[in-house]
Design a protein around this ligand. Sequence first.
Ligand code: B12
Length: 223
Amino acid sequence: MATKEKEQELIKRLQDAIINYKVAEAKKTAEEAVAAGADAYTVTMEGLAGGMEEVSRRFDCHEYFVPETLLCAKALYAALDVLKPHIKVSEHGVKGQVVLGVMQGDVHDLGKNLIKAIFEASGWTVHDLGRDVPLKSFVEEQLKTDSDIVMLSAMMTTSMVGIKKLIPMIKEKNPKVKIMIGGAPITEKTVEEYGADTTADNAPNALREAMKMLETLKRGKAA
Ligand code: B12
C-alpha cells in the first residue's frame, strides 16, 4: 500500500498531467499509482476530477479553448481506463440498477463517466446510454431494464431544459421510478422546478443519494 505522501505526490502529478494535457504522462502516472498500491478511488476523485476543476477554471476564463480542453479530457480518460478496474468503493449499502446518460445536444460526458465508474465499482448495474441522448431513449431503456433510478446529466443550460420535458415522459410510463439530475447548471431550484427527485454535485454524493432513494423504494415495496 502506498504511503499518504506517495499517494499525494501521485495525485498532484496526475492533476498536472491532466491540466497540461500530457496524455502519455497521465496514463503512466495512473499505472504507477496502481503499482504502488495507492487507493484508486481517492486517486480518481482527487487526481482526475481535481485536475479537471482547474481545466474548468481555465476554460471559464478563456485561458483554454476547445482544443486544449479536448486534450485534457483525453488525458483524463487515459488515466481513468487504467484506474477503473482497481476502484473499490467500501459502501456496504443497497445496490440497484440505473439508467444513465447525458441530455440531448450535450457532449460533456466526463462527469457522467466518473459517476459510471463509481457506481459500477460499488456493485450497481449501470445502463449507460452515452451522451447526446434522445429523450425517448431514456424512457425506453428504463422500461426495458426496469431500472430503479434514471440519472440525467446536463452541463449546458440549453441541454438542461430537455429534463423538464423528459421527467413527465418517464413518470407517465412508470410513476415509481426515481429521477436524479446533475451537472454544472443544476441546482436544488432546478430539482423543484422540473419535478426531479434529487441532485448531487459529485459522483460520491450521487452514490449516497442513490442508496437513500433505493432504500425508500424498497421500503415502499415492502409496505
Ligand atoms: C470539458 C468541457 C468541454 C469538453 C467536453 C469533453 C467531454 N468529453 O466531456 C469540450 C471541449 C468537448 C466542450 C465543448 C463545449 N462546451 Co464545454 N466545458 C467543459 C468544462 C471546461 C468542464 C466540464 C467537465 O468535464 N468538468 C469535469 C467533470 C468531472 O465535472 P462535471 O462534468 O461537473 O461532473 C461532476 C458533477 O457535475 C456531477 N454530475 C455530472 N453529471 C451528473 C449527473 C447526475 C445525475 C448527478 C447526480 C451528478 C452529476 O458529478 C460529476 C462527477 O463528480 C466546462 C466548464 C465548467 N465550469 O463546468 C465547460 C462548459 C460546460 N462548456 C460550455 C460550452 C458553452 C461548450 C461548447 C458550446 C463550446 C463551443 N464553443 O463549442 C461546446 C459544447 C458542445 C456540446 N454540444 O455539448 C459551457 C456551458 C455554458 C452553458 N451555460 O450552457 C461551460 C460551462 C463553460 C463556460 N463557462 O462557458 N466542453
